[in-house]
Write a protein that binds this ligand. Structure first.
Ligand code: KG4
Ligand code: ZN
Length: 347
């Protein structure tokens, strides 16, 4: 079974082919990606209308690139998968429209995939895939969630952010330090040269006993600190970046460990763009190794948005019989769509 996956929920256009045979783990055949970050950088953030227009320009050439790289024909595709949500409505409609048009022309079915389920299952594309059940820390630009994952489509929300997501905190703090968009990777790079203990920043909700997060207060504290520094900010920027990253990483680390304790599990999966943060990985690896906990990540280049995770999530849903692909080419996207609304039927 050959699955073509199309991702277009935000500012990356991703296309991939994944092949599934029998019960074996589906494998990535090829993928291609175009990032719009350079285009949006001039505006300091994603401009939805420009994002949609660029997806339109990129999606078919990327599809052709994926097919020619793999030596496969479009007619060999069995199912066309696309990101149905959550994301920017116009951007989602591009992927959904193209997926439905290709599938209708081929006489093949489509499958709309939840973007966060794509992130969640992306570690199954790695050399060292996890086994169910596990605790997942989903840390993307728009979401910060801890989930108990007992199988494909079996997701229980344990805690989430009550305001900003971790990626958003990285991006907003980077912006007020004058770093380019998207701020997360820039802030992380600068942090490597700074002292994480230089500024004492708040660790919101760290000791409240539950698994929820809050990062809006951290952003305010960083803004206050930057204002206090005034002209001295330039020379202390690396220290402020390192202290900001340390605050975010400590909260993510401690809440993940608490979730594992509470769920009685010894396997953690980290997914989403912030999962590319090397300091987060370093601290999680060290802490989990000392407690006998296995941690799984997607490969670094598959942490941020891509088509491979969408094709993979579709393949795993089909393989697990959680859903079947449909020939109703309705491209009804869902810009807002909670992941735990995806519940598979009870066993
Ligand atoms: O999962 P993703 O690509 O998009 C969404 O679905 O939102 O995540 C993007 C987020 C952005 O906030 C970006 O700044 C952050 O992931 N990010 C990072 C790093 N790489 C990407 N944050 C911290 N350190 C990084 N190395
Ligand atoms: Zn994402």
């Amino acid at each position: 079974m050959l699955i073509l996956g199309i991702e277009s929920s935000c500012d990356e256009t991703g296309v991939a082919l994944v092949e599934a045979a029998g019960d074996a783990m589906p494998r990535l055949v090829s993928h291609a990606l175009h990032s719009q970050t350079a285009m949006h950088a001039a505006y300091g953030g994603v401009v939805p209308e420009l994002a949609s227009r660029d997806h339109i320009r990129r999606v078919l050439p990327l599809t052709q690139a994926v097919l020619s790289e793999s030596g496969r024909e479009l007619a060999e595709v069995d199912t066309v998968a696309f990101t149905r949500g959550p994301g920017l409505a116009g951007a989602l409609l591009v992927g959904a429209g193209v997926a439905c048009a290709l599938a209708a022309a081929l006489g093949k079915p489509v499958l709309g995939v939840h973007h966060l389920e794509g992130h969640l299952l992306s570690p199954f594309l790695s050399e060292d895939p996890p086994e169910f059940p596990f605790v997942a820390l989903l840390v993307s630009g728009g979401h910060t969630q801890l989930m108990r994952v007992s199988g494909v489509g079996r997701y229980e929300l344990l805690g989430e952010t009550i305001d900003d997501a971790a990626g958003e905190a990285f991006d907003k703090c980077a912006k007020l330090m004058g770093l380019p968009y998207p701020g997360g990777p820039w802030l992380a790079k600068l942090a490597a040269e700074g002292d994480p203990a230089a500024f004492r920043l708040p660790r919101p909700l760290l000791h409240n006993g539950d698994l929820d997060f809050s990062f809006a207060g951290l952003k305010t504290a960083v803004l206050t600190q930057a204002r206090k520094l005034g002209d001295a900010l330039e020379s202390r920027k690396a220290d402020l970046a390192a202290s900001t990253q340390a605050a975010i990483v400590e909260v993510l680390l401690k809440k993940s460990l608490r979730a594992l304790d509470g769920a009685g599990l010894d396997r953690l999966v980290v997914a989403g763009g912030v999962g590319a943060n090397l300091e987060l990985r370093r601290q999680l690896n060290a802490e989990c190794a000392s407690r006998g906990i296995r941690v799984h990540y997607p490969e670094l280049h598959l942490c941020t948005d891509n088509g491979a995770m969408i094709a993979m999530a579709a393949a795993m849903r089909l393989q697990a019989n959680v859903e079947s692909a449909s020939e109703r080419y309705a491209f009804d996207v869902r810009p807002r769509w909670p992941l735990d609304a995806l519940q598979a039927p009870a066993l």
